[in-house]
Design a protein around this ligand. Sequence first.
Ligand SMILES: *Cc1c(COP(=O)(O)O)cnc(C)c1O
Length: 402
Amino acid sequence: MSEETKHQSVVRRTPFPRSATWPLVSPIVPTAVFVARDADHMNSVYEGREQGFTYGREGSPNAELLAAKIASLEGAEFGLITSSGMSAVAAILLGLLNAGDHILAGNQLYGRTMRLVTQELPRLGFATDVVDATDVAAVERAIRPNTRLLLVEVVSNPLLRIPDIVALAALARSRSLLLVVDNTFPTPLTFRPLALGASIVFHSVTKMLAGHSDVTLGAICASRELTTPIREAIVTWGLNGSPFDCWLAERGMHTLELRVARGTANAAALADFLARQPAVRRVFYPGRMDHPDHAVARRLFGEQFGNMVTFELAGGRETVNRFMQALQSIPFAPTLGDVSTMISHPAVTSHRGLTAAARDALGIHEGTIRVSVGVEAFSLLEDEFRAALSEVSTSSAASTGG
Ligand SMILES: *Cc1c(COP(=O)(O)O)cnc(C)c1O
């Protein structure tokens, strides 16, 4: 081989080293395409006679592995991975509905899902209505002859309202609607909607499942029959997730059970601690007797009430700012499900699209703060919240006095 052809051959792929053993850790397979021997070989993969991958957008080993892991937790026949939680809900709607169909959705959905339902879908020729999903009679009254699908979240944001999924599943079945459930907050370790009659479950894997705020992905779990057209939508509209993100999410999920258990125990303790503080006007935690959906939560979740706590500071934006500044190492970051505790402010983040009056009507005020509780030692959390709250009470006492 001449020097020149040797240099030229660098451009070609070098064969991957063979090994009689295999890696413990899943390899990341970032390839955008797979190679077949010949046309017949590729054809037999496309026709499903041989198991294999073809092109990145049509599926990847890392996505398939992650989907199977989540589907097994949800007790689902099949799972799919998408590029985000939002593309998961988009894929479900794009795969299953036709223009003119009516979609009925909960009125306390994740902000962007609400925007999709109330602004994007009508623009595309779908009819939509939102309704209080915790009021089953109201949901039933809102069903129209062309209603195809009911979309709800198991635990709403930020007030942690919990619709009776069992009653909604019975209603959906009796009216031949698909019940689509966003199970992001509880995770399948706390709640498995398919076992109780939901048709489709989806997740923002970005949150608790991946768990480290370094991934943006979604997941969909359902029967093979329902996931087949949804998979077509993912491939056609290009909603697939990246192999590297799938790999990170798989890695994060190894500790899911530990994170859920510790976050849940910490959240229950933090809710009780906050309820005793004079600077706190109100605490929302499904595990507490004073939560409006406590009975439903107990029936659905047993003793596992999740890692999310919301509370209302006595005071407005200024008090909130002072509280955030006084928290030493708990960041104000509008996400949830991280390994470490963080707070969010719905009026400025998830619910900024609503008018103040609309937020007030939902029960979301300037003082409302949402806490995604992590796995720290509880004493660390308690000390930091106590210090920040005392800062707020001291200065508000001072300003009231002065
Ligand atoms: C974050 C979130 C979504 C959207 O997920 P992304 O991964 O951010 O697209 C949907 N539903 C709920 C409940 C969420 O918390």
